[in-house]
Design a protein. Structure first.
Length: 512
């Protein structure tokens, strides 16, 4: 065993570790956008792999992917009607969260290990959780707090006060605006001035935007403008692709290009998900990523600039060499489009008193199936009719964090001697230690390159394989079937698209 090439580092993540293969390209700078690279019909498999190896995340994507655990808060009239998809003709007075305490939300999420929370500012029913100038279907039409309530204001202030980032979900669908003849009314896309001032408007915007939109597209733009200019910095704007319960011949073609432009202009650091250019839906609502989840996948543009899958959203393989070739006839770009895994702690997205939260074991499996597979977990925790996170859910969140902390304790390799050789990294723990968890991460500033690897331990005079994986990306966690005792450990890359640079090779012994 040759341990002559030694590199001493103070921690697993302190220094990125390069492993063999072709020369490493420079990392993308703020002035270089390599997050999407065009694909042509004549590109060979080698061309596609080469282009995929050059794709780099943007700064906002790197920041988002480091969050690991984010939270969803589905709250609105559905909380009080018992529906999952509202009708748009609800009496706003049904909304009565008389004990609303968004600081309680924030404390519970912070103590549960979450770093960002997304509020359903507007769900498909069109009810808005702040007093908007552009619809009466809002909290201001409820007698709650004498019509002066503002859930979004309270939410944003509480999250920031407790150190969480703020996200907003504004559904593209709107049953209420359909009833008022705005949503899906067949209007043409024309130039719209945003914000559109209304009678008695006391705003004096220092900047107006001229953007293409239908009547409803303009309504959404004005809603976005209010949210993104009056409630402080926003770190994630979440859209889905939902259509209202409307006749199929009246489908609204959403003005994605204009919506994206406005978000970029007003909240340049916000990641746009999951029908957006920054983050994608993983393809299920179970919180689980694919065994090999690529952040670089083939995409196409649909419907006024919407970023869309070149393959189906639920394809088992989104980014391997085989997938790149299969998608080529439909591909416009290879794009850094990492996966967000959404799932609810209860069966429903909104609170229902007859439902119970998932067990700690279930949540732990979801964690390893999302964060452990190069994705970010988005866990929905719905406030109840009092306006609180239920005590059972709060307890479960704390138990979940404690379990993850026990599953992934301190890195045994922190401060250990490391050797970097072509194709791998070797760690000398100084003495034999038991290991049953291995955590890996590529330095994604240089893209996602690993296609295959093995983790090996040195014992009884030879190296033996203890784990294997395909992709790595920003986070890959491998659980060994049994603890393995060894002093020397290594990760050996068996296949890659270009030079591999690891940011983390951590060895752990769980206390579960």
């Amino acid at each position: 065993m040759d341990l002559s090439r030694r590199v001493f580092v103070t921690s697993a993540a302190a220094v990125a570790m390069t492993t063999g293969l072709p020369a490493l390209p420079a990392a993308a700078t703020a002035d270089t956008d390599l997050s999407r690279i065009p694909v042509g019909p004549d590109d060979t498999e080698a061309d596609l792999v080469r282009k995929a190896s050059r794709v780099r995340p943007t700064a906002r994507q790197i920041t988002w992917q480091a969050l690991e655990r984010t939270a969803f808060l589905h709250f609105g009239v559905n909380t009080f009607t018992g529906l999952e998809w509202g009708t748009g003709d609800e009496d706003p007075d049904v909304f009565q969260p008389t004990s609303l305490d968004t600081d309680q939300w924030a404390r519970a999420l912070r103590d549960g290990g979450f770093r960002l929370a997304i509020l359903t500012v507007k769900h498909h029913d069109g009810f808005v959780l702040y007093p908007s100038r552009y619809t009466d279907h809002t909290v201001a039409s409820s007698s709650w707090r004498d019509g002066r309530g503002d859930v979004l204001r309270s939410f944003a202030d509480s999250m920031r006060r407790h150190g969480l980032k703020v996200g907003v979900y504004i559904s593209p669908a709107d049953e209420n605006q359909y009833l008022h003849g705005v949503y899906a009314n067949g209007s043409a896309r024309t130039a719209r001035t945003i914000p559109t001032l209304v009678a008695g408007d006391d705003r004096s915007p220092d900047r107006y935007f001229t953007l293409a939109g239908t009547d409803y597209g303009a309504h959404m733009l004005n809603t976005l403008y209010e949210v993104l200019t009056e409630y402080g910095p926003v770190d994630e704007v979440w859209f889905d692709g939902a259509q209202g319960h409307i006749p199929p011949d009246k489908v609204e073609d959403y003005d994605w290009d204009s919506w994206y432009t406005l978000v970029r202009s007003l909240a340049p650091d916000a990641a746009i998900a999951v029908t957006g250019p920054d983050l994608r839906w993983v393809g299920n609502e179970g919180g689980l990523a694919r065994e090999d989840e690529w952040s670089v996948i083939p995409v196409k543009e649909n419907q006024y600039g919407r970023t869309d899958w070149a393959l189906s959203y639920d394809t088992a393989d989104e980014g391997s060499r085989t997938a790149l070739v299969a998608a080529r006839p439909k591909t416009d770009y290879l794009q850094w489009w990492p996966a967000e895994c959404d799932v609810s702690i209860r069966d429903g997205w909104f609170y229902h008193p007859d439902q119970q939260p998932k067990s700690v074991d279930e949540l732990t499996e979801i964690y390893f199936g999302s964060v452990g597979r190069n994705a970010v977990l988005l866990l929905n925790v719905p406030p109840d009719t009092d306006g609180l996170l239920h005590d059972t859910d709060v307890t479960r969140l704390r138990e979940f964090r404690d379990r993850v902390d026990r599953e992934l304790p301190a890195d045994l390799a922190r401060g250990a001697c490391r050797s970097v050789t072509p194709g791998g990294v070797t760690v000398d723990l100084g003495r034999e230690r038991e290991v049953d968890r291995v955590r890996l991460a590529e330095d994604i500033r240089y893209g996602q390159q690993v296609e295959g690897l093995v983790v090996e331990a040195y014992a009884a005079g030879s190296w033996s394989r203890v784990a294997a994986a395909g992709t790595v990306g920003a986070s890959r966690i491998l659980r060994l079937a049994e603890p393995v005792r060894a002093r020397h450990w290594r990760v050996r890359v068996t296949a890659a698209r270009a030079a591999v640079r690891f940011a983390e090779f951590a060895l752990l012994r769980s206390s579960v």
